[in-house]
Design a protein around this ligand. Sequence first.
Ligand code: VLP
Length: 134
Amino acid sequence: MPVDFSGTWNLISNDNFEGYMVALGIDFATRKIAKMLKPQKVIKQDGDSFYIHTTSTFRDYSLQFKIGEEFEEDNKGLDNRKCKSLVTWENDKLVCVQTGEKKNRGWTHWLEGDDLHLELRCENQVCKQVFKRA
Ligand code: VLP
């Protein structure tokens, strides 16, 4: 059976989100608010088609993609930089490469036990988030 990320997930830990936001050029005031947030992720997976909705009391971000199909991502409400994004499977991990102005930008999702893990990368910064099922 392939992995299924579908579900509603609540953030329980967020390591070096500050460093990741600094690397993205997020301003101080926004970072102060953003680091207090406990975002929720709703993931809908249908085979290789994904819908990932990240919601918070401050801002929401939604993303739709198919594995192996590059798409334009606008990062609206995040750093607002456009990039070309491509998500592929690496074994049971979902790996996104975000090609654009920022070097080494991307993320990886995987399941570990009952938890959803997310590593966010930008330049030399890595943020590690863990989510539990709501
Ligand atoms: C911007 C950087 C916080 C901080 C200001 C706004 C949306 C993988 C991927 C799917 C993400 C999460 C993006 C976090 C970047 C914050 C608003 C926080 C809530 O998720 O699941 O897009 O990239």
